[in-house]
Design a protein around this ligand. Structure first.
Ligand code: FAD
Length: 330
């Protein structure tokens, strides 16, 4: 048993709170203390992804955030080196959002902690060739237990679990750190005794990048209603011989997913890189799903052929069924 994801003996489940937003803002931040951190992808991965637990005991956010919301982090003080500070100028004081990765009661079960999952961002400046570290992500991943981090939030009210979660089936689709909210959602659903079908389709470039794999494999082993499938784009091939992305898993599993998504109680969530959306909308168009509307003048076939930056994508995004097709992409 893993006591972070499965309720320990003697602990009562806390009620899910009403949705509260912006209890803390950039002008009124809370100093959260880092309780613990651990790397959540394979040590040989070229990416560095960390699960960080913050102590929010005594904070007005304690017991008031919901899974599906984010918290903001202000990377003030990340760079003590004046040269790096110069590179980042105003960026150091800007809030970056991170999806909450713990259930609404936190990894501590008492609402007094909140956890996030963060990927270190870095790239080379194309002009100078200098390595540039993302300000907030490295600030958080460098923090040590006991360090204080300025947080804001909670933020967002459009990517939550429904108020009657046990009455729904769920298809969760993630790329990269988009996995964060599903960890908390699954912890909430399984501990509430969900009996409906749950799918988690998770896309990453390499198998070493699969985050929280032990947690999801544990759920897979202990809950026969849970399907966990990874799409490893740079290692696996789809039926046409191309890279296998999350939308290829949707195609492979059509015989189960089409009838599931035809049920009006099934919710489809997508979270992660903005680029994941088009492939999912194309699949929904192909299966004639009522989760999206095809813009006038197009048909399902034409949607398959739309250019990546076509003007129709924002229309499809805006007119989707927002009650049942939820998205958080960045
Ligand atoms: C709703 C929402 C939820 C999110 N959830 C998560 C989450 O759960 N986990 C997560 O990890 N992220 C998440 N993000 C993304 C996160 O908010 C940050 O955008 C991300 O961590 C990068 O921030 P940073 O401060 O590290 O990088 P920044 O300092 O903002 O830099 C961004 C990128 O630009 C590069 N860069 C900066 N300056 C230069 C330069 N001069 N030349 C070349 N390159 C440069 C950096 O190396 C970096 O790769 C989420 C975003 C949103 C909107």
């Amino acid at each position: 048993m893993n006591s972070e994801i499965e309720k320990p003996e003697g602990v009562s489940l806390r009620p899910i709170p009403e949705t509260a937003v912006n209890i803390y803002t950039p002008k009124n931040t809370f100093d959260a203390t880092v309780v613990s951190k651990r790397r959540i992808n394979h040590p040989s991965s070229p990416n560095y992804d960390w699960h960080i637990v913050f102590d929010i005991d005594g904070c007005d956010m304690e017991g008031k955030y919901r899974i599906g919301q984010s918290i903001g982090v202000i990377p003030a003080g990340r760079f003590n080196d004046p040269a790096l500070n110069q590179i980042h100028r105003g960026l150091n004081s800007k809030v970056r959002l991170y999806s909450i990765a713990s259930a609404s009661w936190g990894d501590s079960w008492d609402g007094k902690t909140v956890s996030i999952c963060v990927k270190r961002e870095m790239s080379e400046d194309p002009v100078t060739g200098q390595l540039v570290f993302g300000a907030a992500s490295n600030y958080i991943c460098d923090a040590k237990p006991g360090d204080k981090v300025q947080i804001t939030g909670p933020v967002g009210k459009n990517f939550l679990l429904p108020d009657d979660p046990l009455e729904h089936d769920f298809v969760f689709v993630a790329t990269g750190t988009g996995i964060a909210p599903y960890r908390g959602m699954l912890i909430e659903l399984f501990n509430a005794g969900v009996e409906r079908d749950l799918w988690l389709i998770f896309g990453v470039p390499y198998s070493t990048d699969v985050m929280y794999e032990a947690d999801f494999r544990y759920f897979e082993k202990t809950h026969s209603n849970f399907n966990f499938i990874t799409a490893i784009s740079r290692e696996q091939r789809n039926a046409k011989g191309g890279k296998r992305y999350v939308q290829d898993v949707l195609v492979e599993k059509e015989s189960e997913l089409i009838p599931l998504l035809q049920k009006q109680s099934t919710m489809l969530y997508m979270c992660g890189l903005k680029g994941m959306e088009n492939g999912i909308y194309q699949w929904l168009a192909k299966i004639n799903s009522d989760l999206i509307s095809i813009p006038e003048g197009l048909d399902a076939k034409a949607v398959q052929e739309l250019a990546r930056d076509a003007a129709e994508w924002p229309i499809i995004e805006r007119t989707r069924n927002k009650e049942r097709l939820l998205k958080e992409t960045y």
